[in-house]
Design a protein around this ligand. Structure first.
Ligand SMILES: Cc1cc2nc3c(=O)[nH]c(=O)nc-3n(C[C@H](O)[C@H](O)[C@H](O)COP(=O)(O)OP(=O)(O)OC[C@H]3O[C@@H](n4cnc5c(N)ncnc54)[C@H](O)[C@@H]3O)c2cc1C
Length: 547
């Protein structure tokens, strides 16, 4: 048996650590840092990517950038890093976020405890030893007391299989598996399937370069401008004046996006007054801002929601010159998906080289040697881009064969819907922490990652300080959490609309509530209450009897 530090992970087949980490995006890197540097534990991480970054390693498509303003899309715990790293823009590009995460890994020398290009296939609890056993596709066998999974909310790529796909003679790409080499669009006939967040960014960015761009749209989205630009020096000044206070306010807010959320109720207000507020936000930009900085009830009141959708519909009509294209771009459902923002998206359809195909009205029949055939027409293409998104929230958890206490399978436990306590742990799966797991908060992610990893680290410390073996939520606590999440979600409009938020984008996936929708502040209260009660909602397992 070897332990990390004695033998290089590349050659080790058996590693024994205190904490095994899966994933090296924002969450996994922080978990590795925390376990090693702050808890002083032996820790090792795996990622199937060949480098750190997670989302920002994989999503290299043109136009990829964050839609959280970067002052809240970074680590908060490291003030020196916050001051030292000079972001060039409000919504930085993928390459810049990736560079930041690489710097973070270097700053804390994290790479020596990461094995890249390696997929964790199974995570199995050994009842006799009270240890997890992980197996990878490269033959590693890892024994760990604790596992922290940062496998990504939007990471399990939805790779579609359209009939005839293998016949296509041109180039094929997926936005979330974009090659590292430059891709040229010049003069090419490009087709893109999907108009979610990635599709919208990619379409807007590549349209000027393509010879011709055909967008295959299933469901139109409400897109508001990002109003991209440099970071606002006034915001930076105010953060610098009260750094701790700023991050506290982020964690107290609903969205954790770092902007001031509205407490104004739109319901009952005159349409003119409401439009004024929507107009101001349209001009200052941001998707979550349009939903949460305008009124407090866009996500809960049908009246305010309709006011928002009417406003955006009028914008589409005003921007898109061709009546038929404008009609195809106009959604008919509520504004209750994860909000999307992008500058110049609707304007892109005024270009002569861009065409929109409604595949809801004219279904895609097959991919041919030369392009895409719908039930109406064959579109000849040199390149095909899938912007078909992710098997979100649960996808990567269910790809791993998790077996908990008594051999219970996570896939069985979650067959009808994902079940967790606090979006962090699951009954029957001791010492396993899921960062941004299902039924976690619906927020900007990095501050929530930090809060959840900090909570997990405290729980680990509690177990170790009290000479215990394991911590696991009770079934009762989990049932209560699920009921709470459902109750809150059904008080909003989000379950009324099909999207990845509730699993509706993946055929056959259970359509269900997958988030705690009460906001970051309320979520933080729940995390704190769990600790303050002395982990009353958890079973704390004592040492394994000797012999
Ligand atoms: C284009 C794009 C833009 C986004 N913009 C924003 C934004 O502005 N604001 C926001 O809050 N969120 C945004 N997101 C969501 C984004 O995923 C998170 O903000 C954040 O980067 C997630 O970090 P993470 O560490 O949780 O997971 P990820 O960054 O997804 O990393 C997970 C890693 O785990 C690896 N992994 C998974 N399973 C295994 C396994 N079994 N074995 C080994 N490795 C495994 C994956 O390959 C991946 O590298 C965006 C997502 C995309 C795709």
């Amino acid at each position: 048996m070897t332990s990390v530090g004695e033998k290089k992970p590349e050659t080790a087949t058996h590693l024994e650590v205190d904490v095994a980490v899966i994933g090296t995006g924002f969450a996994g890197l922080y978990a590795l840092y925390k376990a090693r540097k702050e808890l002083g534990l032996r820790a090792h991480a795996f990622d199937d990517a060949e480098g750190v970054g997670g989302t920002w390693y994989w999503n290299r498509y043109p136009g990829a950038r964050s839609d959280t303003e970067v002052t809240a899309y970074c680590y908060s715990f490291d003030r020196e890093l916050f001051d030292a790293w000079k972001w060039t823009a409000k919504y930085p590009r993928q390459s810049e976020i990736l560079a930041y995460l690489n710097l973070f890994a270097d700053r804390y020398d994290l790479r020596r405890d990461i094995t890249f290009g390696t997929h964790v296939d199974s995570v199995t609890w050994n009842d006799e030893t009270s240890r997890w056993e992980l197996r990878t596709d490269k033959g590693h066998h890892v024994t760990a007391q604790f596992v922290i999974e940062g496998v990504g909310l939007l990471s399990s790529t939805n790779l579609p299989t359209f009939p005839g796909q293998e016949k296509f003679k041109g180039e094929i790409y997926h936005t979330a598996r974009w090659p590292h080499e430059e891709v040229s669009f010049a003069g090419k006939r490009v087709g893109i399937i999907g108009t979610g967040s990635s599709g919208v960014q990619c379409i807007t960015e590549i349209a000027p370069e393509c010879g011709h761009l055909t967008v295959f749209q299933r469901t139109p989205q409400y897109i508001v401008p990002a109003v991209h630009g440099p970071r606002d020096p006034k915001i930076l000044e105010s953060i610098n004046a009260d750094y701790e206070g700023y991050w506290e306010s982020v964690l107290r807010s609903v969205t954790a996006f770092g902007f001031e959320e509205s407490s104004v109720i739109g319901e009952g207000m005159s349409p003119e007054e409401r439009d004024d507020i929507f107009d101001r936000q349209w001009n200052s930009g941001g998707g979550f801002q349009f939903m949460f900085a305008t009124f407090s009830d866009v996500g809960t009141s049908l009246e305010t929601n309709q006011a928002a959708t009417d406003f955006i519909k009028r914008k589409i009509k005003a921007i898109v010159r061709d009546r038929e294209t404008a009609a195809k771009l106009t959604p008919s459902d509520l504004y209750a998906k994860r909000p999307v923002c992008c500058d110049g998206y609707y304007e892109t359809y005024n270009r002569d080289n861009v065409e929109l195909v409604d595949v809801e009205a004219h279904p895609l029949v097959e991919i041919t040697e030369n392009g895409i055939r719908t039930n109406e027409h064959e579109y000849e293409l040199d390149m095909l881009i899938f912007a078909t998104g992710f098997d979100a929230v649960t996808g990567n958890y269910l790809k791993i064969d998790h077996r908990g206490r008594g051999g219970v399978e996570l896939r069985t436990k979650w067959a009808n819907r994902p079940l967790t306590h606090l979006g962090l742990m699951a009954a029957g799966f001791p010492n396993l922490f899921m960062i941004f797991g299902p039924m976690g908060p619906f927020t900007n992610q990095p501050p929530a990652h930090e809060a959840q990893v900090n909570w997990a680290a405290d729980a680990i410390q509690h177990v170790r300080e009290h000479h215990l073996e394991a911590i696991e939520p009770t079934q009762h606590a989990e049932d209560r959490w699920i009921a709470t999440c459902d109750e809150i979600a059904y008080a909003t409009l989000f379950p009324k609309v099909n999207s990845w938020i509730n699993g509706a984008n993946i055929p056959g996936k259970p359509i269900t509530v997958m988030f705690y929708m009460a906001g970051m502040g309320a979520y933080m209260d729940q995390l704190r209450a769990a600790v303050k009660s002395g982990y009353a909602d958890f079973t704390l397992l004592g040492p394994v009897p000797a012999g």
